[in-house]
Design a protein around this ligand. Sequence first.
Ligand SMILES: Nc1ncnc2c1ncn2[C@@H]1O[C@H](COP(=O)(O)OP(=O)(O)OP(=O)(O)O)[C@@H](O)[C@H]1O
Ligand SMILES: [Mg+2]
Length: 244
Amino acid sequence: MQEENIRKIFKEENLKKTVNLVFDNETIMAIHDLSEKGYIETLEGIISPGKEAFVFIAKDSSGHGRAVKVYKTKTARFKKMEKYIYGDLRFEKVKKGTELIYEWTRKEFKNLTRLSKAGIAVPKPFAFKKNVLVMELIEENNEPCKKIREKPIKDLKNFYNKLVEYMSKMVNEAHLIHADLSEYNILNKNDSPVIIDCGQAVLTSHPNAQELFERDIKNLSEYLTKQGLKKSFDEMYSDIKKKS
Ligand SMILES: Nc1ncnc2c1ncn2[C@@H]1O[C@H](COP(=O)(O)OP(=O)(O)OP(=O)(O)O)[C@@H](O)[C@H]1O
Ligand SMILES: [Mg+2]
């Protein structure tokens, strides 16, 4: 019966084969559980077969576009993850191995919830189970949005202002530092930024918060300068502070 249900979730036989090869039974069961609850009706294709996670295009039971991020449990980079979980007051009782991946998934869900509530453009989170996270699919013209490095920004000044507004809200209202902001983790939706990949974001009370905040600003000021908007680190830093 469960086999039959799982078969129905996948639009294509090949996708099902891939998933069966890559994911352990726990992951398949988590997808199944989320589908029973209506969060996932169909998995339609892979947006990104990444190093740490697969991101699928999906639909929920009402036909809404969803992105389903499935963290790999076998090849996870535990060392990197530990750095962002220890020191975050919300995750004191830290676990090892697969449990750490589950914690990481919960962390991304919680971060997206906080960021969304603070009015920052991020994918709205809907549910998570074990290493599987269901969120809003960020789309433009019925296609998943591209990253800014793939779809160049037209109005750099306007884009920059929005980014500064979001980064200021992130620190002052959500009390979070993204900690991996770059042209790889910002989508271009109608020439406006949507910030993704929020698993590593840490509270502003994290011992490395200031350093991570500065690294985010450095990445973005350098990238935007390369694109033609002259913004030094200091300028961007003070623009973010000014907003608060
Ligand atoms: N909610 C979403 N809507 C649309 N596309 C998304 C969404 N979330 C992720 N993506 C796409 O999937 C890609 C990978 O997602 P993400 O950056 O969250 O994972 P990652 O951990 O960086 O994975 P990787 O190991 O591939 O770098 C993104 O670059 C983006 O193209
Ligand atoms: Mg990413």
